[in-house]
Design a protein around this ligand. Structure first.
Ligand SMILES: Nc1ncnc2c1ncn2[C@@H]1O[C@H](COP(=O)(O)OP(=O)(O)OP(=O)(O)O)[C@@H](O)[C@H]1O
Ligand SMILES: [Mg+2]
Length: 254
């Protein structure tokens, strides 16, 4: 099982949009996929139209009261959701007692033989929840919105990844994904080239374009693949899934 965390402490860069659509892209291709909503805001569940007020989820798993299969719900064919659960906020604030950082990793072993991919949608913060996630993940996707503040804070994420690599004596594969890309804007293209300078070997080939379908998706509880007709969102995320499958990296502006 590939365990892939979608992380950026900056808000609104497309973490949830990427998790929701990329996970669905793999499920449509026939892979078994689980999405974990590690954000107390519960946006992944909402994006998939699975929101329920009484949800229990990864909160109970972290507390050792439930296993992942006990709290996972079917979101689509081949696609399971582990909701955040109402107690995740308390855990995030460190008010739920001493939890083992490795508990998420242990919990994931219960699905590692049945699932091919697990995507973890993270909150826009650093802190305890991110520590749990990095203790469990092997790969990290960092969505970066192609705007003028894009690069700010990126070094913090890379530093955190490095810290965990040292602490846990493991090496992450990490991938920068350009989101909210406007092909006709110089700013968008400049930001992408700047990112390429910093991450020549770690940027996935596909940039996710800004599109009205992706902006509308969450309010309908749908992914781009469930919209009628072809659309940029579905096209880009299917392409990104192929990049992730094949390790296809960005090679610079043509
Ligand atoms: N490529 C895109 N084109 C148009 N709108 C987008 C695109 N990507 C994301 N959005 C919209 O931008 C908003 C923020 O996206 P999203 O929720 O995925 O970001 P996030 O990083 O998960 O935010 P948070 O940090 O709050 O969890 C949403 O309303 C989403 O629909
Ligand atoms: Mg989000």
């Amino acid at each position: 099982m590939r365990t892939i965390a979608v992380i950026n402490q900056k808000g609104g860069v497309g973490k949830t949009t990427t998790t929701a659509n990329l996970a669905h892209a793999f499920a449509i291709k026939g892979h078994s996929v689980t999405g974990i909503d590690m954000d107390p805001q519960g946006h992944l569940a909402a994006h998939w139209g699975c929101y329920r007020r009484d949800d229990i989820g990864i909160d109970k798993v972290l507390l050792g009261e439930k296993t992942i299969p006990q709290v996972a719900v079917a979101a689509r064919d081949k696609l399971h959701l582990v909701p955040a659960g109402g107690g995740l906020k308390t855990i995030e604030r460190g008010e739920a007692g001493d939890l083992l950082a490795s508990s998420l990793k242990q919990a994931l072993s219960s699905i590692s033989s049945t699932q091919e991919f697990t995507f973890i949608d993270c909150p826009p913060a650093s802190g305890l929840l991110i520590d749990y996630v990095l203790s469990a993940a092997d790969e990290v996707i960092i969505p970066v919105a192609a705007d003028y503040l894009a690069l700010r804070g990126l070094s913090d994420i890379i530093e955190t990844i490095r810290e965990f690599e040292q602490k846990l004596e493991k090496k992450f594969s990490y991938w920068v994904v350009v989101t909210r890309f406007h092909g006709r804007r110089n700013l968008s293209r400049d930001v992408r080239e700047k990112l390429f300078e910093y991450f020549p070997d770690n940027m996935l080939a596909t940039s996710i374009r800004e599109s009205s379908v992706l902006a509308e998706c969450p309010s309908f509880g749908k992914t781009a693949f469930e919209y009628k007709g072809a659309n940029f969102g579905a096209y880009d995320y299917a392409s990104l899934a192929r990049d992730l499958m094949n390790g296809e990296c960005y090679r610079g502006q043509e």
